[in-house]
Design a protein around this ligand. Structure first.
Ligand code: IVH
Length: 446
């Protein structure tokens, strides 16, 4: 498919003029049909330029505006909707792949050391300042030494949300997205470039023409998982238990046309090769609060403020903590990495929430596929802002292993968007009302 960009731009501008007339829907149906056909052709051309050629001609807002015009026509005249309309499907622009090629990372993609409380963050802070002081003492040049001593005594940090998705490494060359590789074992991952190109919020071009390698996370928005799960359950398919699994499963689909329908998003948070200024070219999650640089004391007060976590949990994407990074490039370079973790950054994981409630009854849930799963009905209770009234007991082994009985008080846990699960039974709250779970205790909904 070759596209004459001058013609498509002229046509886009002409359509923009038509759509900007508020009364355009009052034209004759014949005229509307003509506009509708032109809009479809133009949107398909823009899809091709965006997804396949990586050379979008218009901004996302301009694209959305044309798309909006198309939807207005379809709402007004549902009888003229064409199957190949971009509103109905992102049409077959992509080949079906048979497998994913393996690709080596140029730099090992290390994971971060996790911390769970302020003491562990302070331990990390002390270990890096000790290491910095030791390295600085070996420097001969007095001016350089004094500058680094000052920086170490006034260390400042960047704070980012910790995205709970699938890590991805993107390579741009001559300004274009050339390669997208999953983290894999940190040394080699799967080349999922074609699938990543379908992600709409990800910039496929950057202004810098050097080889730029960045690291980010691919996520499925919570709202998308919810809608997909309704369809999946109707089709008798297993629902996605959390957005991370949903994103991972979607990214590994071999039919790229199907990936495009999963509405994945990608946020870039770190530079593997080149200059940290490049990050400004990517859309990043906009947190209600903005912290440019923080001191260690700011960080400790931030993690002890309940609204920090609450604000992040309200977003349509899943976060499981914060990432604390040293801001200064010179200090970062001095620290280097351990074999497993970079020292210049650390993850702080939000504690998972737990509550206790009681099992009121147990029933079998019948899936469309015929599979029967025991499910406990609970005294409804709130956990991480959601009312929980049912929880899966999975299978007989799970029940035996956890020694779960009817009328037991149980502890439930939920972290992020993960489906709540039973962590254990509070056995010291047992009275004589509990009953072992067997065929008699399970109520059949039918
Ligand atoms: S920075 C040198 N920043 O969390 C630092 N990682 O082990 C490299 N993650 O698998 C990573 N949000 O993929 C960084 N804002 C963020 C992040 C982030 C999520 C992931 C990362 C890694 C895991 C931590």
């Amino acid at each position: 498919m070759s596209i004459d960009t001058d013609i498509i731009l002229q046509e886009t501008q002409s359509l923009q003029r038509i759509l900007s007339d508020q009364n355009f829907l009052q034209s004759s149906k014949k005229q509307i049909e003509d506009i509708y056909d032109r809009l479809i052709t133009t949107l398909i051309d823009h899809n091709h330029l965006y997804y396949i050629d990586n050379t979008p001609l218009i901004t996302d807002t301009e694209y959305d505006w044309l798309f909006d015009g198309l939807k207005k026509i379809e709402n007004h005249y549902p009888d003229i909707i064409r199957d190949d309309s971009p509103s109905q499907t992102i049409i077959g622009q992509y080949d079906i792949q048979t497998n994913f090629e393996k690709s080596d990372h140029t730099t090992p993609i290390l994971s971060l050391q996790n911390t769970y409380n302020s003491e562990e963050i302070i331990d990390w802070y002390e270990s890096i300042t000790n290491m910095l002081n030791k390295k600085i003492s070996e420097i001969g040049n007095e001016e350089e030494k004094n500058n680094l001593i000052y920086k170490t005594q006034n260390l400042s940090f960047l704070i980012q949300p910790k995205y709970d998705g699938l890590a991805i490494v993107l390579t741009y060359n001559k300004g274009k997205l050339m390669k997208a590789v999953t983290r894999g074992d940190g040394y080699t991952g799967d080349d999922v470039t074609e699938n990543v190109k379908t992600i709409k919020n990800l910039s496929k071009i950057v202004t810098d023409k050097n080889t730029v390698i960045v690291r980010g996370e691919i996520m499925m928005p919570k709202s998308v998982r919810k809608s997909l799960n309704i369809i999946r359950q109707d089709n008798g398919e297993e629902p996605f238990s959390n957005t991370r699994n949903a994103a991972a499963g979607s990214l590994k689909l071999l039919d790229t046309n199907e990936v495009a329908k999963r509405w994945l998003v990608c946020y870039i948070y770190d530079v593997v090769q080149w200059d940290s200024k490049i990050l400004q070219e990517f859309s990043q999650f906009q947190w209600p609060q903005q912290w440019d640089t923080c001191t260690i004391d700011d960080i400790i007060s931030l993690i002890n403020t309940t609204s920090t976590k609450e604000d992040l949990l309200k977003a349509d994407i899943d976060f499981d903590g914060l990432v604390i990074k040293i801001a200064d490039p010179e200090i970062r370079a001095l620290l280097w990495s351990t074999n497993h973790h970079p020292r210049r950054a650390i993850a702080y994981k939000f504690p998972a929430q737990q509550i206790a409630t009681q099992i009121e009854s147990i029933e079998r849930q019948v899936w469309r596929t015929g599979i029967l799963t025991p499910v406990a009905n609970l005294t409804p209770t709130e956990l991480s802002g959601v009312t929980i009234s049912r929880v899966s007991l999975h299978n007989r082994d799970f029940i035996t292993q956890k020694d779960i009985q009817l009328h037991d008080r149980v502890r439930l846990q939920r972290s992020g968007e993960v489906i709540p699960y039973i962590v254990g039974v509070i056995t010291n709250r047992r009275s004589n009302t509990q009953r072992k779970i067997d065929a008699d205790t399970i109520v059949c909904p039918a």
